[in-house]
Design a protein around this ligand. Structure first.
Ligand code: NAD
Length: 419
């Protein structure tokens, strides 16, 4: 299987082949501007000292400051962070945001850390990268297993060291700490807009369409709730420990409460009605992807839909809320099967879009209402979908390649002259 970064570069190559971009410009678009790799010691609650490794990758800043989340995960590696930074560059261009692409990652299992250990790690990481980030340079945000509270610690540490007030340093903060209304649901809400637009293009009747979601966190968990509220039927849910499937459909809020109580969705059978719970089957999260459904939403990690399982996917539409969930090998198979894929650099861009709104509000010392933020988000997502769809029709290609072409064309316009 290709690595996530190989996958990202292949996707750029495939899109670039449809443009007039020359090989030197393409090489510049693919290259990573800067890799910051750090190690720092932390005294754990046990009294032992552990060295943590972390990265900040700055891929491209032609269109504006580097922008991208920080991931806390035991499997973080440089290849993955480079891939995620590259996708951020493309994503910001597809959404036409004046931002570039960056990403950070700390190798840690946050599920094993106390709150005070997480705070120490976050502050130490901020100290280690303090000269590389800044409101006009590189603006981090949350990603897998990072939270508004963690964003607050990083902001606070940065401000202490630089003796500045810098709310625009980082986005995804708590609302009372300079965060934006609507940021907590932005990724999922953006995904819902893209999904609804795709459903219209496929001429499907939205009511009762069956949805399977892999990943039940900030992205997938919220999207499950929003889709349920719109009348979609959530028939499958997975988290890192396993999956549940029930053709009668789940109420995501009930599953979430059960997960809190029992530790994993796989320990839950609960549906809408007590008597339907017996129809719930318990699966691995790989098996869930292959279950009968109309819409599949990968909302966990990279490389989940591959050349090995793509042929067994039954959905008519895939909405990539995760970054890089589909390999290029799988893409070919999905295209042959006639499955529409709303690509990550479009479908999960709601988060960075509202992060951009948060950054703007911080810089202008403004506070926008939730209605205002969500209205602006909808306009951005619907416009981006329309631009990508139109490009796909024009070039007779899938939405991923069309989004890539759009991003490359916009990047080329912003490219500075080389030295
Ligand atoms: P999160 O930490 O809130 O949730 C991650 C979820 O995935 C958890 O439910 C976890 O149990 C589950 N998970 C982990 N490994 C899994 C596996 N192998 N199979 C099934 N489930 C698994 O993270 P998140 O913010 O929801 O991010 C999820 C994806 O969405 C990532 O790819 C992230 O890059 C992407 N994304 C997130 C945002 C955002 O604003 N949070 C924005 C854009 C993209």
């Amino acid at each position: 299987m290709p690595s996530a970064y190989e996958n990202a570069l292949k996707q750029i190559d495939k899109a670039a082949a449809l443009t007039k971009v020359d090989s030197e410009t393409l090489a510049r678009i693919k290259s990573v501007n800067k890799i910051v790799q750090v190690e720092f010691p932390i005294v754990l609650d046990s009294g032992k000292t552990k060295i943590f490794q972390a990265y900040r990758v700055q891929h491209n800043n032609w269109r504006g400051p580097y922008k991208g989340g920080i991931r806390y995960h035991w499997n973080v590696d440089l290849d993955e962070v480079k891939a995620l930074a590259t996708w951020m560059t493309l994503k910001c261009a597809v959404l036409d945001l004046p931002m570039g692409g960056g990403k950070g990652g700390v190798i840690v299992d946050p599920r094993d850390c106390s709150k005070s250990e997480l705070e120490k790690i976050s502050r130490a990481f901020a100290r280690a990268i303090v000269t590389d980030i800044g409101p006009e340079v590189d603006v981090p945000a949350p990603d897998v297993y990072t939270t508004p509270e963690i964003m607050g610690w990083i902001r606070d540490e940065y401000e202490k060291i630089t003796s500045t007030s810098a709310p625009a340093l980082i986005t995804g903060k708590k609302v009372e700490n300079g965060g934006s209304e609507g940021r907590d649901i932005a990724t999922a809400q953006g995904g819902v807009h893209v999904l609804n637009e795709a459903v219209k293009k496929l001429k499907l009747n939205a009511k009762g369409l069956r949805v399977v979601i892999q990943g039940f966190g900030n992205a997938g968990g919220v999207m499950a709730r929003l889709l349920f509220e719109q009348g979609y039927k959530i028939v499958g849910i997975a988290d890192s420990k396993g999956a549940i499937y029930n053709p009668d459909g789940f109420e995501p809020k009930l599953v979430y409460s059960c997960k809190l109580e029992k530790g994993a969705v796989n320990n839950c059978s609960i549906t809408l009605h007590e008597d339907n719970a017996k129809n719930t089957v318990h699966l691995s999260n790989e098996e869930l992807l292959e279950q009968d459904c109309d819409i599949l939403i990968p909302a966990a990690l990279e490389n989940q839909i591959t050349g090995q399982n793509a042929d067994r996917i039954k959905a008519k539409l895939i909405v990539e809320l995760a970054n890089g969930p589909t390999t290029t090998g799988a893409d070919r198979i999905l295209r042959e099967k006639g499955i529409m894929v709303a690509p990550d650099i479009l479908a999960n861009a709601g988060g960075v879009t509202v992060s951009y709104f948060e950054w703007l509000q911080n810089k202008r010392d403004e506070k926008w209402s939730k209605e205002d933020v969500l209205q602006k988000l909808e306009e951005k997502m619907v416009a981006a979908f329309a631009a990508v769809y139109e490009k796909a029709q024009e070039l007779d290609v899938d939405l991923r390649r069309a989004a890539g072409v759009l991003a490359i064309e916009r990047l080329v316009k912003a490219m500075p002259k080389s030295a």
